[in-house]
Design a protein around this ligand. Structure first.
Ligand code: CTP
Length: 411
């Protein structure tokens, strides 16, 4: 999320067993520099303690509409006006019903009626309550009115049943909240396709050839595009780094699989970013059984994998923007410029490897951003998140320029 103005979230906690998980949500939001105003309904106070939320957020937890010696009318309207997001997690069937019909009988429901900030509900309840036509109708009304929802998920519920009704994962809820809190929307309706991580080329059922790519760069790109409201699809090789909630992820293993997945999705995308460290070579045949030491030395004959970026860029439609990466140990800018031209790219992020703090698995990159016009921007040593931001700044700028030109020519 862009860190311009500090943002404020009203965290409404209602009376579901999942209320204890709301403390984790509050903590993750605070760690991201967000001001959290906790609001606990009477039922929530039976399950969790307001003091927990006060300690985590550093703010008073609101529990009653009419506090002695307070001016409730002004307070709840002020918070309703000030908040950037109302996050109700967990959201019971009761609060959904109240919000749907506009009942205002406690602090949370009253303030929900007064706010014009985006509202995100994370429902949590028993499966039968969730599936009840009344709840389903309330969900439909709230969605139609523009409220956002995350979950519920299916699984084992506190009441012992297995089914839909479990609150979404707290870190997914936080990711979704961060996307809603980010005011940027310069990639709205833009479809972004990203390759990420390494590929693995099998030798036999237990061994493979791969590289040191962690997938951090692809993840940072996906998160940045999502924050700017793009539709994001990532085709990822094996990676330990979790993709943000809201990204469509297709996991693949080999370069061939990545090439096939990209080929089926490429024509639908507006922006293609090849951040994967695709293994350039694979064994010319894969052994069916494990090669034993007693079999003697293992000699590999390697053949080239398809150049995914190079092949797709040849099919590039006029509206598509293509971004490549180049990780080099020497003659960085010369190799990078050559790749940009040869592969028919709009931008190329050149990344110096073989120096401390820059390269595979690191959190920072020594980077240059090259443009097809011949321009080269020296970005310096930056966190991968900032590199992703810089790339999408340029991509968004190019989209805007093209849209303006199209608009002018159709006048
Ligand atoms: N790339 C790709 N498919 C491959 C190899 C690379 O799509 N088989 C993409 C990478 O994701 C990156 C760009 O091409 O965006 C450049 O990758 P790099 O490995 O630096 O270039 P190569 O063309 O493989 O050249 P070399 O390894 O010889 O430097």
């Amino acid at each position: 999320m862009t860190n311009s103005a500090p943002r404020e979230v009203v965290l409404g906690v209602t009376g579901s067993i999942a209320a204890y998980k709301a403390a984790e949500i509050a903590s993750q939001l605070v760690q991201r520099g967000i001001k959290v105003t906790p609001v606990l309904t009477t039922a929530a106070c039976e399950l969790v303690c307001p003091a927990t939320f006060e300690a985590i957020t550093g703010n008073k937890a609101i529990t009653r509409l009419f506090e002695p010696l307070s001016n409730p009318e002004i307070e709840h309207i002020a918070v309703a006006n000030r908040a950037d997001l109302f996050l109700i997690a967990p959201a019971t069937a009761n609060i959904l019903a109240k919000a749907a019909v506009g009942i205002a009988d406690d602090w949370l429901s009253t303030t929900l009626l007064a706010t014009r900030a985006p509202v995100l509900f994370a429902p949590a309840m028993n499966t039968l309550m969730y599936e009840h036509p009344a709840t389903q109708e309330n969900l439909r009304i709230l969605k139609q009115r523009g409220c956002h929802f995350i979950g519920p998920e299916s699984g084992r519920l506190a009441c012992g049943t297995v089914g839909a009704g479990r609150m979404a994962d707290p870190s997914h809820i936080v990711e979704f909240a961060l996307t809603l809190l980010d005011p940027r929307n310069d990639l709205r309706n833009v479809r972004v396709l990203i390759t990420s991580g390494p590929t693995r080329e099998p030798i036999d059922p237990v061994r493979f050839i791969s590289n040191r790519s962690s997938g951090k760069m692809g993840t940072a790109l996906a998160r940045e595009a999502l924050f700017r409201k793009a539709h994001v699809t990532v085709i990822s090789g094996p990676s330990e780094v979790a993709m943000p909630y809201g990204v469509e992820v297709l996991y693949v293993e080999t370069a061939e699989e990545m090439a096939q997945a990209c080929a089926t999705r490429f024509s639908e995308c507006d922006v293609f970013i090849a951040a994967a460290a695709v293994a350039d070579y694979k064994p010319d045949h894969v052994l069916d059984t494990k090669h034993k030491r007693s079999d003697g030395p293992l000699r590999l004959s390697l053949v080239e994998n398809p150049d995914i970026l190079g092949t797709l860029a040849q099919r590039k439609a006029p509206h598509q923007i293509i971004v490549g990466f180049a990780a080099e140990t020497d003659n960085l800018l010369a190799h990078a410029r050559e790749k940009l031209t040869k592969k028919n790219l709009d931008f190329l992020l050149a990344n110096q490897i073989g120096i401390p703090q820059s390269g595979f698995g690191t959190s920072t990159v020594r980077a240059y951003l090259l443009h097809a016009s011949g321009e080269t921007a020296d970005l310096g040593l930056l966190p991968k998140e900032t590199v992703a931001e810089r790339i999408f700044d340029r991509v968004a700028e190019l989209i805007k320029k093209r849209t303006a030109t199209q608009g002018a020519s159709s006048l």
